[in-house]
Design a protein around this ligand. Structure first.
Ligand SMILES: NC(=O)c1ccc[n+]([C@@H]2O[C@H](COP(=O)([O-])OP(=O)(O)OC[C@H]3O[C@@H](n4cnc5c(N)ncnc54)[C@H](O)[C@@H]3O)[C@@H](O)[C@H]2O)c1
Length: 420
């Protein structure tokens, strides 16, 4: 980072780093004392991963608080940026006070709502800025800090600290619920012959529902949704409330992977020695992040069942290979598809919508596509001669004679005495 090199892929970020560093507005150091020495405000942005029991692991929050107590000047405002359970600010405050006698500080919460892949835009044009503040100093400092945005009309919401902390967990859990709702609908649509995409369109016309996050598919992944959901559930339980809905959201998310794996199996019969190409390995388009990626969960499932799995991702192939060494990675979608008995679209990068379907079909062993994100146009895929298994929409099963058993139907039709 000190050289302005971004260690992960995020559109526009490296250019922005270079610009701000050259202008002298941004610098990096690995020395806490150097970063904290003259600070008016400190943002704690450390990871808050899940412990084995699902609870948020806040060890890094605590050690950050200790560093701050050691090096920051009196009067500093300490801001939680990381996503944390309600009550964490109080713990941070206690640590700051314990670690340094007479330390004068204020604690505030300012949860982050950016999305990986559009992080810069989300940060600079936020839907809302939430600040949890309980002192005049913290309120004043954070208002001034965000003034450039609020002057442009961006909305700043002030709450107490626990509310701000909880609002972030609640937002992520609600979004995860929408995705899982769409996936449960997909299961019903598949049985009823309905189209989940159209159902979502109809639902989305109601402004109380909104169309966003109602896409059926392989489910959610990434660093935030899975851990925030379990952390919220554990926090609720600690407070004496069993938020059982959260468990169901998680179960439906796992079921989405099962459903996709079942489609591959249905299309290919036995998976042993079959080659499956997976397009898209990142947990969503626009990032190289593979943490809790549904694509990798599916790849793992297929590998365990005995398939050979070859993946391709425009940005995340190297990270995927590191996480799942048994996965082979290809350098483009056509190489991944070569010799494949089935192609699974697992992450809907825009470029996958424009693949040359005829060229794909030519290199594949069987013309079978399982669309885990409903990214392809069913009519186009059907016209190209593929058997097509979308998610929550009617499959396109080509005449069996063109899919798996090229000669069998004709032979049967012909019978022992020739064509009838
Ligand atoms: N990734 C997102 O899209 C996103 C969005 C909103 C909120 N958040 C929240 O922001 C937090 C960070 O998420 P992330 O995706 O950037 O995680 P990350 O694991 O990619 O980054 C965390 C950073 O914290 C550093 N760190 C860990 N322990 C430290 C310590 N004791 N002192 C100093 N630095 C330390 C790590 O080196 C790493 O650079 C999490 O609480 C997450 O829930 C993330």
């Amino acid at each position: 980072m000190t050289r302005g090199v971004c260690p992960f892929y995020e559109p526009g970020l490296e250019e922005a780093l270079g610009r701000e560093m050259a202008a002298g507005r941004l610098s990096f150091t690995a020395e806490a004392s150097e970063a904290l020495r003259d600070a008016d405000v400190v943002f704690i942005c450390v990871g808050t991963p899940a412990r084995a029991n699902g609870e948020a692991n806040l060890v890094a929050m605590e050690s950050s608080a200790r560093e701050i107590a050691r090096h920051a000047p009196d009067g500093v405002v300490v801001v939680e940026k990381s996503t944390v359970p309600a009550g964490t600010a109080e713990r941070v405050g206690n640590t700051l006070a314990r670690e340094r006698n007479g330390f004068r500080f204020d604690v505030a919460s300012n949860p982050e709502f950016l999305r990986e892949g559009t992080a810069l835009q989300d940060a600079l044009q936020p839907d809302r800025i939430v600040i949890g503040v309980e002192s005049e100093r913290a309120r004043d400092v954070l208002r001034r800090l965000y003034q450039a945005l609020t002057d442009q009309g961006y909305r700043l919401i002030e709450t107490d600290i626990a509310t701000a902390e909880l609002a972030k967990h609640a937002s992520n859990a609600f979004l995860a619920m929408k995705i899982s709702f769409a996936n449960a609908l997909a299961r019903i649509c598949e049985r009823a012959g309905a189209d989940v995409t159209s159902v979502a369109e109809v639902m989305g016309t109601d402004p109380r529902i909104d169309r966003a996050f109602l896409n059926a598919g392989l489910g959610y992944g990434g660093y935030c949704f899975p851990k925030d959901l379990t952390a919220l559930g554990r926090m609720a339980a600690r407070l004496g409330y069993e938020f059982t809905l959260l468990k169901e959201i998680e179960r439906l998310n796992d079921e989405a992977i099962d459903a996709a794996a079942a489609k591959v199996e249905d299309a290919l019969w036995n998976l042993e020695d079959k080659r499956v190409a997976i397009l898209g390995l990142a947990f969503k388009p626009g990032t190289d992040d593979v943490r809790f990626s549904p694509a990798l969960a599916l790849a793992q499932r297929l590998l365990t069942a005995g398939a050979r799995v070859v993946g391709f991702d425009p940005q995340a192939s190297a990270n995927a290979k590191q996480d799942l060494p048994e996965l082979e990675v290809a350098s483009d979608p056509y190489e991944a598809a070569t010799g494949a008995h089935c192609l699974v679209l697992a992450t809907e990068w825009e470029e996958f919508r424009h693949l040359d379907l005829a060229a794909l079909k030519q290199v594949m062993a069987y013309p079978v596509i399982v669309d885990g994100r409903n990214a392809f146009d069913p009519a186009e895929v059907a016209a190209a001669g593929f058997a097509y298994y979308p998610t929550g929409r009617p499959p396109v099963l080509q005449d069996r004679s063109t899919v798996v058993l090229p000669d069998l139907d004709e032979a049967l039709l012909a019978g022992p005495d020739g064509p009838r």
